[in-house]
Design a protein around this ligand. Structure first.
Ligand code: GRF
Length: 190
């Protein structure tokens, strides 16, 4: 069984759908949620799903070896960032080569990088006059949103779109594709 950790910082709608997607899967299991925000709703979702969750403070994310030791304690073999707003520690990136995926709610390389998350992304897409947006699923390295692109899906940006209406359309793409792409990539390590 390849045990997957989900890193999340907020609502956790992606994390929940990923966990449900692998429920009963013969070789892949969501075994841990790591969160940097003790009040994040993803922790409630993890509890409802019976998935162990660890809250790690910002300081712990910068403490060499701390996150790696948590991942080892849960025998984690793959990581997916599902709405995670901090950098993955460099030692974790090094310990999981090709085994960490992130989803970004825009078509990288445009509208990505430090500080580009949530409605800020959609506001930037609209402000730039883009006629389409979408999702980018990519391998994670030491810098925000710069790893190799694994998958992209597109949706229109409609006249009159707000950040909220665009976010809802992009979320649907996330839910449709992220669990499947995680399965495709993680299965190569089983
Ligand atoms: C999603 O838009 C995802 O693309 C981005 O962060 C958001 C997380 O939303 N990385 P949720 O916490 O999964 O609801």
């Amino acid at each position: 069984m390849l045990r997957i950790a989900l890193f999340a910082s907020g609502n956790g709608s992606n994390a929940e759908r990923i966990a449900r997607h692998f429920n009963g899967h013969p070789t892949l299991q969501v075994a841990l949620v790591i969160c940097n925000n003790p009040s994040a709703y993803v922790l409630q979702r993890a509890s409802n799903l019976g998935i162990p969750a660890v809250v790690a403070t910002g300081a712990e994310f910068t403490q060499p070896g701390r996150i790696a030791s948590i991942l080892a304690a849960y025998d984690i073999g793959f990581i997916a960032l599902a709405g995670f707003l901090k950098l993955v520690p460099a030692d974790v990136v090094a310990a999981f080569p090709g085994r960490i995926l992130n989803i970004h709610p825009a078509l990288l390389p445009r509208h990505g990088g430090k500080g580009m998350y949530g409605s800020r992304v959609h506001e930037a897409v609209i402000a730039a006059g883009e006629t389409e947006s979408g999702i980018t699923i990519h391998k994670v390295n030491e810098r925000y949103d710069e790893g190799a692109v694994v998958f992209q899906a597109r949706c229109p940006v409609l006249p009159g779109d707000t950040a909220e209406s665009l976010a809802a359309r992009v979320h649907e793409l996330e839910y449709e594709h992220f669990p499947r792409v995680i399965g495709e990539v993680a299965s190569t390590f089983v």
